[in-house]
Design a protein around this ligand. Sequence first.
Ligand SMILES: Cc1ncc(COP(=O)(O)O)c(C=O)c1O
Length: 410
Amino acid sequence: MLDLTAPAPLAPAQEWNDPARWWGRLSEATGELSAPVAVIDNDALRYNALDLLLRAGGVPIRVASKSIRVREVLDAALRLPGYRGILAFTLPEALWLAETHDDIVLGYPTADRPALARLVADEQAAARVTLMIDDIAQLELVDAIAGPGRRANLRVAIDADASWRAPGLGHIGVRRSPLFTSAEVAAFARLVAGRPGFTLVGLMMYEAQLAGQGDDTGSGDAVVRWMQRRSRDELLTRRSTIVDEVRRIAPLEFVNGGGTGSIEYTAGDRSVTEVTAGSGLLGGHLFDGYRGFHPAPAASFALDVVRKPLPDVATLLGGGWIASGPPVASRQPLPVWPAGLKTLAREGAGEVQTPLQGPAARRLAVGDRVWFRHAKSGEASERVDAFHLVEGEHVVRELPTYRGEGKAFL
Ligand SMILES: Cc1ncc(COP(=O)(O)O)c(C=O)c1O
């Protein structure tokens, strides 16, 4: 069993700050395995799990499964006191997890008719899974699936928009819920609470412009920090008003907010009862660009050098594990070892090959390995059947990904 409870040193050694040692050890431990070889380092994962808890300051953390997609890692985090419940990303996934977990909030609305039919028919799953809604059409769909004269008995939570409507600049954040003002959310809450077949148990407001936007990326940081200050102030007032109003309509079990990048702020908002985090566990490299925290590179992968088109270019087999989101260079995997390697601007990380350039490429030969970190944290799990769990000098076991368990949800 993957155990994150083993006592971690109070001042962790943070060996990942000595890259030659860190990546050299992982190369040694995995040298006999075929590439692409994906690794989770136990100490780094434990460090990240405990650091998230410290940052949350006692507010429970709901684990975002999309940012992990490895059941054993989810379970190991959930065994740590301070972690509670899962934020799932599709209803089929939530139904699957509900076989073994009893507190699953679906983070996004669903229109999956067969999965909704299963949820409506399965009493245990209906008691364990909370649907996310922001539109009465989503409830009408459930009623249509339940059939005439039959009532679903489902738990639902309202997703309210936590973006910032900046004077003169417009919408800053992600396009999620249409419900923004307290009046809009309260009116919707009344409709939901008065509708047979549904129990309003929660509210979620995810502030992507704070949680998912680094403030120390080396590009435009001053503007981002200004935006985030203003957005934090606005949201603190609006969220507490919304929560007060909705609590007058229904006795909420939870008010969820935040993500890896905003934990301190979100946990400090007294209207919030739990924060979500996922990416901070595996430590995708997009989370390197924050002032407030520095995740350890818990997940990484290595590829083989297979050719040398020029003395200072080493070409790897594969590598185009591009992260979702705006198609910018930072969505590519980051070559981390040997140090000083870069993808070629005209080619990037490709489907079948990734040429890397830089002084270190001169020393790379066919058969050598190059280590990468994925930009995001859960998407690499869609590329491999398992991560190799490294403890100290050794691979101790394989941790199957969702894909390795034959599951592909999105
Ligand atoms: C609804 C919701 N909450 C929280 C998060 C934060 O997850 P993470 O900690 O992996 O960044 C996300 C990420 O997109 C999300 O969609």
